[in-house]
Design a protein. Sequence first.
Length: 61
Amino acid sequence: MNTTELKGNWNEQKGKLKQKFAALTDDDLMFEEGKKEEMLGRIQIKLGKTKEELHSIISAL
């Protein structure tokens, strides 16, 4: 998953993630240019998932 793919439809993916994982907040899912890894790290910690699991979840949305 590259930054372009993530940015392209992030608002849609963000909504789906919030529906699937109620524990995620807008702050957890805030995408800032150059801070993709930081955001993914926050989500990983909150959900208790590995990086690979998280990439699979986002790709499946």
